[in-house]
Design a protein around this ligand. Structure first.
Ligand code: ADP
Ligand code: MG
Length: 589
């Protein structure tokens, strides 16, 4: 609904028609605030994640008055992560709304992260006046935000005139979701919001984006080429990435994997696209599958650092051919030669491949399938007893074994996960059963996504969320538990409290008063942070404690923080990516 401005004549109906024959033609008016809101709503966007302040406070207020859900955070970065996760879950750009300069910069971290992860998001920031910014005369929170945002996102636009708001928002939406999704920055100077225009002209200026993410059909000869390579494979492997989860073509993916008979490996956020217990899952035989495979088909996954760039020790000696499905042509050959590039959307590519496979597609050689299966079964059996230990103090396996059972019993809740050891162990220990239920640190391995992601998942799915957090990782967004309590969201946060980063055992080698740089206050009561805001806090020392507390939280929907006390000696340096963390070889004093 557009606004009727306060200066509308008193004898005017809200629809703009006149009650008095004699009165001059009345003009219903709208303004920049309402045009932004109307443009978002027209495009099916009904939620804003943000932090209020100059000059966008009224935008939030008015959006709420117009029926949008407006969630205020304590810090723009977490509103930004929430928006990006909303985008990932819904295929509609998540909206993050911030104030100028410092608020914009806080949101920008999340915008860059969204772009890196291919999540659609729009960061809308208020900004100060062009005349002053461009002459660098020192305005309140002066900053040339558009120029700063540009290299860090997929597209960046500024709107200077109210009549361009509709087209500006349409461009931002299309840029965010079409092709490879990503982050878009929209710069809205303060003066824009107050600009007034005729209501009907304003309505006509809005643009509903038609087919915002058009299907991209692969070329037929590219499909044939891919089928040829797959046919020649003796030890084929499919790798599913979070692009495959994003695409929301879950049944097509399952049908393709099953029709092909090829073992598959899910990247961490692709877990659950097919249940991790699926007979074709090679998840528990990752090393073997990567080393021994001869043809590897990437589906919405990139050969970046998370896959050792497709070469080196991880990939073994056997020569490999890669087939890759990606919507972004430039992804091909990014790290190694792609023998069969398939550029298109995952749904269209897999459908075309299945058509080409016909009814008599031969499964891969049985010895390959058996080799993977045997390895999976051995590894799962070896892990099982570790996961059942009820040791006090808890180790990672005991605590995660308890949480693993909870996800098995409640496969439709979302799992958010960050940390170093807490992330690495949870990723491999906790099986997922449904698509898009695992949200973690993504392509950058960024710490701080926890509470923002949990909030977005709760809001967008309407279901409970379990956030498994290293104590260090939790610290980046911990204040947002107030946000969780304020909106009474069904989020249970489990903090793996081992007194520090990686471990809690480092000491200051000089014997000085300062503790080591990786150490926190011993036995911190994170649980009491939650009770401070009216949620529930639980101090848990055993896996049984954890099970009880988390089940209670998920049943009740009460915001809960479980302070899970983990043996401070249990972790390893940088988790599983210690090789990326240079260590001094010069002998210490
Ligand atoms: P992971 O980290 O799980 O391996 P990445 O984020 O590295 O996943 O890769 C996701 C890939 O998926 C990106 O290259 C992106 O371009 C691609 N992608 C995203 N959406 C689609 C889609 N609908 N169709 C095809 N490819 C997609
Ligand atoms: Mg820790």
């Amino acid at each position: 609904m557009a606004a009727v401005a306060t200066d509308t004549l008193p004898n005017t109906q809200t629809d703009g028609s006149s009650v008095s024959e004699a009165a001059p033609e009345p003009k219903a008016l709208t303004d920049g605030f309402h045009l932004v809101i109307d443009a978002l709503k027209l495009n099916g966007i009904h939620t804003i994640y943000g932090v209020p302040g100059i000059p966008i406070t009224d935008l939030g207020r008015l959006a709420q008055a117009e029926g949008m859900r407006v969630l205020s955070f304590r810090h723009g970065q977490h509103a930004g992560y929430a928006a990006s996760v909303a985008g990932y879950l819904t295929q509609k750009p998540g909206i993050c709304l911030t104030v100028s300069a410092p608020g914009f910069l806080n949101g920008l971290t999340a915008l860059a992260n969204a772009t890196t992860n291919c999540f659609p998001m729009i960061l809308i920031s208020g900004s100060s006046e062009r005349e002053i910014v461009d002459l660098q005369q020192g305005d309140y929170e002066e900053m040339d935000q558009l120029a700063i945002a540009k290299p860090l996102c997929k597209a960046a636009y500024r709107v200077l005139h109210a009549e361009d708001i509709g087209i500006g928002i349409a461009r931002a939406i299309r840029a965010a979701v079409s092709g490879r999704p990503g982050g878009v920055y929209l710069d809205l100077p303060a003066q824009l919001f107050a600009q007034v225009m005729d209501e009907e002209a304003g309505r006509n200026s809005l643009v509903e984006v038609i087919d915002p993410a058009p299907a991209q059909i692969p070329a037929p000869d590219a499909v044939d080429r891919a089928l040829e390579v797959l046919k020649g494979a003796k030890r084929p492997l499919i790798i599913l990435g979070k692009g495959a989860a994003y695409a929301q073509v879950d049944e097509t993916i399952q049908a393709f994997v099953e029709k092909s008979g090829i073992p598959y490996l899910p990247m961490s956020m692709a877990k659950g696209l097919l249940p991790d217990t699926h007979p074709q899952s090679a998840g528990a035989a990752r090393s073997l599958a990567l080393k021994e495979s001869d043809v590897v088909m990437m589906i919405g996954a990139r050969l970046n650092w998370l896959l050792s760039h497709g070469k080196g020790k991880t990939w073994g000696e056997a020569p490999k051919k890669f087939v890759q499905i990606d919507i972004e042509p430039r992804e091909m050959d990014s790290n190694v030669e792609i023998a069969a590039p398939l550029v298109g959307d995952i749904g269209s590519c897999l459908t075309a491949l299945m058509d080409g496979m016909g009814d008599n597609w031969a499964s891969p050689p049985q010895d390959w399938i058996d080799a993977i299966r045997t390895k999976v079964e051995t590894n799962v059996a070896r892990m099982a007893p570790k996961l059942q230990n009820n040791n006090v103090p808890m180790d990672f396996h005991g605590a995660l074994g308890a949480l693993r059972t909870i996800i098995k019993e409640r496969p439709d809740i979302t799992l958010v996960n960050e940390g170093a050891n807490t992330l690495d162990f949870a990723r491999s220990i906790i099986d997922m059963y449904q698509p898009r239920k695992r949200i973690d640190v993504g392509t950058w391995g960024v710490m701080g996504i926890g509470m923002g992601s949990a909030i977005a998942a709760a809001v967008e799915t309407g279901k409970p969320v379990l956030a498994i957090e290293g104590d260090s990782a939790f610290g980046f967004s911990g204040m947002e538990i107030e946000t969780i309590c304020r909106y009474n969201l069904p989020i249970c946060v489990v903090v793996f409290n081992n007194n520090g980063i990686y471990r809690g055992t480092d000491v200051n080698p000089t014997g000085g008063d300062d503790v080591a740089p990786t150490v926190f206050v011993k036995d911190s009561r994170y649980d009491q942070m939650m009770t401070a805001f009216g949620g529930k806090g639980v101090y848990a020392t055993s896996p049984d404690d954890v099970t009880r507390a988390v089940n209670e939280a998920l049943d009740s929907g009460i915001p809960t923080l479980v302070n899970a006390i983990i043996d401070e000696k249990a972790g390893t340096e940088s988790g599983r990516i210690g090789n990326l963390n240079p260590q001094s070889v010069v002998s210490k004093k």
